[in-house]
Design a protein around this ligand. Structure first.
Ligand SMILES: C[S@@+](CC[C@H](N)C(=O)[O-])C[C@H]1O[C@@H](n2cnc3c(N)ncnc32)[C@H](O)[C@@H]1O
Ligand code: SF4
Length: 305
């Protein structure tokens, strides 16, 4: 663990002195998905029909290698539904193994939890948008029970955390959702985000966001396992990140093979209503906020061994 911390400290020091090397490599491996969630930006943008929508195994491995050379030490697989990705007999498990073999210290993926869980990563982020009825309203009938069964039956030994996207549907169910996580011994904690439009019709007003943040802070104080840092929660109320976005902390590769240092939404209207918690935490890490670094690193940066 000391060696891992040293590696991250080196990245931070280099970045303090002007290096723009990424720490995190986020790979959107494909846009394919078995669900059509009501809040999903990918689904609402109809992005599946925009040309090439899947990275091949070789493209992923080449990208993992080249970003590792630039300095990235955390690899994160995103989708579409990551667990459905395949290429000539290779699946998500092969991508996780490739990232580990190359030397990434922390490897994770996000999933809707309806398929089998791949166990080779250090962390798994599962989407949880409310207790059963609300989760199914947003994601489809039976999705909550499948997710909970898969969490209960997985042999995975790393951290599984829940990712909630607060929107007009589930705004009043923050406490109930935090309780689902608190009562589930397999879940490490929950990270709260606000919807980043599109879609616009279920986006939150600034007042709604402030009330939600007050609620989340109260729950965190009362011992609910909330993973947003204290300062990160405060910053969730700030909507326009077009000027402050810590653009180089993470590099993205998109399914068509293009790279973006920083968020693929940079420069779009979405960027002015950014609800992604990670953006705030990256910003605080980049600025050397010691509390955020301590809170975040134990879960999101360390390997599980
Ligand atoms: C795009 S999904 C891909 C992984 C997987 N299919 C899933 O649902 O977890 C990654 C995360 O982005 C979230 N997400 C989707 N649309 C969003 C939006 N408009 N604003 C904020 N987060 C969003 C999802 O809820 C999920 O937690
Ligand atoms: S499961 Fe994930 S990628 Fe699929 S529609 Fe839902 S949020 Fe979007």
């Amino acid at each position: 663990m000391a060696m891992e911390m040293l590696g991250y400290a080196k990245w931070w020091l280099r970045s303090f002195f002007g290096s723009k090397a990424p720490l995190v490599n986020t790979l959107i491996i494909h846009y394919g998905c078995n669900l059509r969630c009501k809040h999903c930006s990918i689904h609402s943008s109809n992005i599946e029909h925009l040309g090439k929508n899947k990275l091949s195994y070789d493209e992923v491995v080449n990208d993992l290698r080249s970003q590792f050379k630039r300095g990235a030490r955390i690899a994160y697989f995103e989708g579409g539904e990551t667990t459905l990705w395949e290429d000539n007999g290779k699946d998500l498990g092969d991508l996780i193994k490739a990232a580990k073999d190359i030397g990434y210290k922390n490897v994770g993926y996000t999933t809707n939890g309806t398929q089998r869980m791949f166990t080779g990563s250090d962390i798994i982020s599962v989407s949880l948008d409310g207790p059963r009825d609300m989760h199914d309203t947003i994601r489809g009938d039976g999705v909550y029970d499948k997710l909970m069964d898969n969490i209960a039956n997985t042999d995975f030994t790393g951290a599984i955390y829940a990712n909630m996207v607060i929107n007009k549907y589930n705004l009043d169910l923050i406490e109930e959702t935090a309780k689902v996580v608190k009562d589930n011994e397999k879940l490490t904690g929950i990270i709260f985000n606000f919807i980043t439009p599109p879609p616009y019709d279920i986006a939150l007003t600034n007042d709604e966001k402030k009330k939600a943040i007050a609620k989340i802070r109260e729950l965190k104080k009362n011992g609910h396992p909330i993973l947003n840092s204290k300062k990160g929660l405060e910053l969730l109320a700030e909507e326009d990140w077009s000027k402050k976005c810590p653009y180089y902390v993470t590099v993205f590769v998109l399914p068509d093979g293009t790279h973006k240092d920083g968020c693929p939404m940079a420069g779009t209207d979405s960027c002015k209503e950014c609800g992604f918690a990670a953006v705030r935490e990256y910003y605080l890490v980049k600025r050397g906020n010691p509390f955020t670094i301590t809170e975040m690193s134990s879960i999101f940066a360390m390997s599980k061994k």
